[in-house]
Write a protein that binds this ligand. Structure first.
Ligand code: AMP
Ligand code: ZN
Length: 664
């Protein structure tokens, strides 16, 4: 088989596996096998850039960075929908329709997916572009980001039309959303509010590799174009499904308003069994011929109607308010409720956000409160049933002192949350920081779990993460449930963490707002912890993606003498506090077989350093772009003719940071 045939075959196989996994939810190979095939394809593609294909499955990992999203006019306007809330509304709508068209009316009933609307254009079976709804007439082109969504086919199958648009909704399924939030919380970041906003925010991220990490899905519901050769909405859904699109199977034909209501009521009750959120049902006249007759008002089709569900609310009693202290010292008030069934789950707790929120709704212990599960995952208290409030109830007094260590709380200007400033003496902060340090994404210390950390702190054996490195067998064995073997494993695990690379150590330190991505950026930019310790606010905010809030938090962390002391100890124990020398440059064969052209002016290295890095790592430096070039590394002021040539040959253009990532 020729190289080209091998590449084509791999692409086809990967496409099919993507489809099995993300559209059919029915994978037939393991993730490992999939990754092996993908790696093989990526290797061949980088060695043979002449076979580059923007719709190759390898392009799904993202990497393209969009600074400004291009505005694109939709070929077919994207309308909004009229809303209905009752049987009467639906009967009125049916009456209006019957005044315009005659004949037997049938309806397609579909779920109303709660996400961000999207229009995809396909030409000759390939994804040409993806555009947001915008104002309905024109939207933003977000193709690079949408390509990373695995359920969006890059190449269609079957008998598809030459060119058409397909409309759908980008959603973030609930499980994926919860997982993202767990990670954010463990990074000391504010959790995202709801899946819908997170989905639409994701589409506008500049770095498509970031989008690729988010478990987004695209659910399709309508076709637009000439010569589609379909007669009904339901038929359109089936056709789209057969071309490889993810079209949920819940759509159903209804022959009367009563049948529509049956569908509405069923999904109002059962919507929580779906993997993603819906906010209602959409009803469409099924015949496309009748749809055309009916046409549009200024804002919406006459042939379609949304039926919006009411957000579910229940009333229950607020038993008490407790205050949790996070590892960063942030205080979160939590409402403890009389357990009640809401949206398919028993709710015992609701979020109260912060002191302002409590004051705003004037909620008091003993109150009957209304709890709602709207777009948010954690239910919240909406209001208080004042008619049921006892005479002797008094306004809630927000705590002034830490519930754990009794230190007076502080509140920074402009911040809604209270903090316990007792950095070194407040138990949940001490334990939380060490638990974060050892966690899987940080130092990943095998043999040491969150509970053991609590125990070690409680026993006075450790009080910050640097103490871990001084633990010995004889201290551990007397502990409850600690056999010789587990003590041994624990010490080995701690020892092994000295090999964990700098960027993960930086994340493990638990600096507020410094999650994994920010830690990587800082590590790459500064290379050593000393460089970060010495960086001023101004310098920090100049680093890509570092804003005032993060920079301030970094400064605050390293300005603390306690923290600098801990870091000195980590240094003595041999923890990696800089990017290791061989990683930085010398003598690897990571770039073997790849040829680079360097163009423009760079921020973090000089051109000569960059060329040396390429050569030191086994790559070749070329002077002009040809079909043999694997990558163009572009800095500021890259020459326009080079840019044109690279684009014409389809050669990937990367910046200095992406390039450096190849070396890690
Ligand atoms: P609204 O934004 O409330 O005017 O509702 C209109 C939006 O509902 C459309 O722009 C779509 O993005 C979205 N939508 C979700 N599911 C469907 C569906 N099955 N059919 C049509 N539109 C839908
Ligand atoms: Zn405290």
């Amino acid at each position: 088989m020729s190289i080209e045939q091998t590449i084509l075959k791999l692409r086809e196989e990967l496409r099919q596996h993507n489809y099995n996994y993300y559209v059919l939810d029915n994978p037939t190979i393991s993730d490992f096998e999939f990754d092996q095939k993908l790696k093989e394809l990526q290797k061949l593609e980088s060695e043979h850039p002449e076979f580059f294909d923007p719709n190759s499955p390898s392009q799904r990992v993202g990497g393209e960075v969009t600074k400004d999203f291009k505005t694109i006019q939709h070929d077919y306007r994207m309308y909004s929908l009229d809303n209905s809330y009752s049987k009467e509304d639906l009967l009125d709508w049916e009456k209006r329709i019957k005044k315009i068209v005659d004949g037997n009316l049938q309806f397609s009933c579909e779920l109303k997916y709660d996400g961000a609307s999207m229009s995809l254009t396909y030409e000759k079976g390939k994804l040409l572009r993806a555009v947001t709804r915008g104002d309905g007439i024109q939207g933003d082109e977000v193709t690079a980001n949408v390509k990373t969504i695995k359920s969006v086919p890059l190449q269609l199958k079957g008998n598809y039309p030459e060119r058409f648009d397909i409309r759908g909704e980008i959603v973030l399924p609930i499980k994926g959303f919860q997982k993202m939030n767990e990670e954010r919380i463990s990074n000391g970041e504010e959790p995202y509010r709801n899946p819908r906003n997170t989905a639409s925010g994701s589409l506008k991220l500049q770095d498509s590799a970031e989008v690729a990490k988010r478990p987004l899905e695209c659910l399709l519901y309508s076709l637009k174009g000439p010569n589609l050769n379909i007669e009904t909405q339901i038929e359109g859904l089936e056709k789209a499904r057969s071309w490889g699109f993810k079209v949920p199977s819940e759509a159903k034909l209804a022959k009367s308003v009563d049948e529509i209501l049956e569908y509405v009521n069923y999904w109002d009750k059962n919507r929580h069994s779906l993997p993603y959120e819906i906010d209602g049902v959409v009803i469409k006249v099924n015949s496309l011929f009748l749809q055309e007759e009916l046409g549009f008002t200024a804002k919406a089709p006459r042939w379609a109607m949304a039926y919006k569900f009411k957000a579910e609310q229940v009333s229950t009693v607020l038993k008490s308010i407790s205050y949790q202290v996070g590892r960063t010292g942030a205080i979160t008030p939590v409402a403890n409720l009389e357990p009640v069934l809401l949206a398919g789950t028993i709710v015992k707790r609701a979020s109260l956000h912060n002191a302002d929120q409590i004051e705003k709704i004037d909620v008091r212990v003993g109150d009957h409160v209304f709890v709602e599960k709207g777009g948010e995952i954690i239910p919240k208290i909406i209001s208080v049933d004042l008619s049921k409030r006892g005479k002797d109830s008094a306004p809630t007094q927000y705590i002034d002192y830490c519930p754990e260590c009794s230190t007076k709380l502080i509140r920074k200007e402009g911040e809604a949350q209270h903090y316990c400033p007792n950095y070194t003496g407040c138990n949940p902060q001490i334990v939380g920081r060490i638990q974060h340090y050892i966690s899987r994404k940080a130092m990943d210390i095998e043999g040491l779990g969150a509970e053991t950390v609590s125990l070690l702190v409680q026993e006075g054996l450790i009080s910050d993460y640097s103490d871990l490195y001084e633990l010995n067998q004889s201290q551990l064995i007397p502990l409850e449930r600690m056999a010789e073997k587990s003590a041994d494993n624990l010490i080995k695990g701690i020892e092994a963490s000295k090999e964990i690379p700098f960027e993960r150590v930086l994340f493990a330190l638990g600096i507020r707002y410094v999650g994994e991505t920010v830690a990587k950026k800082l590590a790459k930019h500064y290379k050593t912890i000393d460089a970060i310790i010495n960086a001023s606010m101004d310098e920090l905010v100049n680093v890509e993606e570092i804003g005032d809030k993060i920079a301030e938090s970094v400064r605050e962390f390293f300005d603390s003498e306690v923290n600098r002391g801990i870091i000195e100890r980590l240094r003595q124990f041999g923890v990696q506090l800089e990017i290791s020398a061989e990683k930085l440059a010398h003598q690897t064969n990571k770039l073997q077989g790849r040829s680079f052209v360097v163009s423009g002016v760079f921020e973090s290295v000089s051109r000569d350093e960059l060329k040396k890095l390429i050569e030191d790592n086994g790559g070749k430096v070329g002077s002009s772009i040809s079909s043999k070039t694997s990558f163009v590394v572009a800095g500021d002021k890259m020459g326009p003719s080079k840019l044109q040539k690279a684009n014409a040959l389809g050669i990937p253009i990367i910046d200095e940071y992406k390039f450096k990532e190849m070396l890690i």
